[in-house]
Write a protein that binds this ligand. Structure first.
Ligand SMILES: [Zn+2]
Length: 144
């Protein structure tokens, strides 16, 4: 669909960038870069610490929130500062575990890509060598 209001679109884009607080936002979990899909995740929960945040896509945000709930970390602010700090640390651990899993996925995809390229490179070399050897055979003078 053609954008009929480019100024409004640009204003929306600038507002999203201001909310995300960066010029080049992306989801560190999956690599998503579409502005409309990105949002802020409060690592320790909004009610505990709204300043400790990362940018993630909506899908990864839901996965992180589900991870917090599955770990028994409620979305409420504890009145006891010791308990609140403990839950902040647990929430940070859940987020860091998810980031570690994402890093592992990225590393494995690089390894797969490298192996795929290696296989492709080898098949290209074989084809090239076969073509070269066929041309050599065609160009060799026939023995009398
Ligand atoms: Zn994501």
């Amino acid at each position: 669909m053609k954008n009929v209001h480019p100024l409004k679109a640009e204003r929306r884009r600038q507002r999203r960038l201001a909310v995300l607080k960066t010029e080049n936002p992306y989801c560190p979990m999956c690599g998503e870069t579409a502005l409309e899909c990105l949002e802020v995740h409060e690592i320790a929960g909004f009610r505990r610490d709204a300043q400790a945040e990362i940018i993630v896509c909506r899908n990864c945000h839901r996965k992180l929130t589900t991870g917090l709930l599955n770990a028994g970390i409620p979305m409420v602010r504890e009145s006891c500062s010791l308990e609140r700090t403990a839950q902040c640390l647990r929430a940070l651990a859940v987020t860091m575990r998810a980031e570690a899993d994402a890093l592992d996925r990225w590393a494995r995809s690089l390894i797969d890509l490298e192996q795929e390229d290696f296989v492709n490179l080898n098949s290209c070399k074989r084809r090239l060598n076969n073509g070269t050897s066929q041309r050599k055979q065609q160009n060799q003078p026939s023995s009398p």
